[in-house]
Design a protein around this ligand. Structure first.
Ligand code: CP
Length: 304
């Protein structure tokens, strides 16, 4: 299977994902003198804030011997402020770079960019839509931590409506076997019907739960997420959804010894720093894995 643009998780199949993960494993030990992307240029075009996605893609490109051009606040400091469309912008940037990672505040913007672009587009998050490379690094981390991606019971917790990372990861589990997903969210931000429909088609079992304490002892993975303050219409609606589910020492005491806790980060108050030193807290290792997964992706998309 050949993939030119990375827009959504539905593009992937199991063999492609396994092969990418094997390549990411090799990237952990890449000889610094090898530079498979020497002479290639990556543009990172970010209309929304980012720490991990932008910098890990840039780090990945530099580690592969390539170079990076970047706009970290394209909403204000690119010609978008003058009214330029995403389509026109990527047509122009494609003349300056061999690939573009784009993050945009509108769902579907990365797909529109891909239709207009003569060079590979990678969706680094499109509003409340998808974050496919985050889902890849999340599943890779599960494989790295637990040694498998099948036969797992996984709780997805927090903002499942606006959280594009949770939405993409749930869809990615469609490629796994014997998985059960437990969705635990405040009432205003449940998992979307589009994702549930995809799980139904793929035969992935899921339950909607409200009591996190009841769920914790029975899961292999907890995927905690931030309540996406920036996507609520009013501060009052945000306040009504925050603080429901917090992972602290008491919550960790309910977890199996072999369980792992992931979070796409950034966190606000949904994981207490007091549990960071617990070996089951895998979220900083998860963020680090993003470099290897994105190296593998860039090598695949931009290598000869
Ligand atoms: N997980 C993630 O997308 O983080 P950033 O918003 O910092 O890129």
């Amino acid at each position: 299977m050949t993939i030119r643009h990375i827009v959504e998780v539905g593009q992937f199949d199991r063999n492609w994902v396994e092969s990418l993960f094997d390549h990411a494993d090799r990237m952990r030990h890449l000889n610094a003198e090898r530079a498979p992307l020497h002479g290639r240029i990556l543009a990172t075009l970010f209309y929304e804030p980012s720490t991990r996605t932008r910098l890990s893609f840039e780090s990945a490109m530099l580690r592969l011997g390539g170079q990076v051009i970047s706009t970290e606040n394209a909403r204000e400091f690119s010609s978008a402020i003058k009214g330029e469309t995403v389509e026109d912008t990527v047509r122009i940037v494609a003349g300056y770079a061999d690939g573009i990672v784009i993050r945009h505040y509108e769902q579907g913007a990365a797909g529109r960019a891909a239709l207009a672009s003569p060079v590979p587009i990678v969706n680094g998050g499109d509003g409340p839509g998808e974050h496919p490379t985050q889902a890849l690094l999340d599943l890779y981390t599960i494989r790295h931590e637990l040694g498998r991606i099948d036969g797992l019971r996984v709780a997805l917790v927090g903002d499942l409506r606006f959280g594009r990372a949770a939405r993409s990861l749930a869809r990615l589990f469609c490629l796994t076997q014997n998985t059960e997903l437990l969705f635990v969210s405040p009432p205003a931000v449940p998992m979307g019907g589009d994702v549930l429909a995809a799980l139904d088609v793929s035969g992935v079992r899921y339950r909607i739960e409200t009591d996190l304490a009841r769920v914790l002892p029975e899961v292999d993975v907890v995927y905690q997420t931030r309540i996406q303050r920036e996507r609520f219409a009013t501060p009052e609606e945000y306040e009504a959804s925050r603080g429901h589910y917090v992972l602290n020492e008491n919550a960790f005491a309910q977890l199996a010894r072999s369980a792992v806790v992931l979070h796409p980060l950034p966190r606000v108050d949904e994981i207490a720093p007091e549990v960071d030193a617990d070996p089951r807290a895998a979220y900083f290792r998860q963020a680090h894995n993003g470099v290897f997964v994105r190296m593998a992706l860039l090598d695949l998309l931009l290598g000869q």
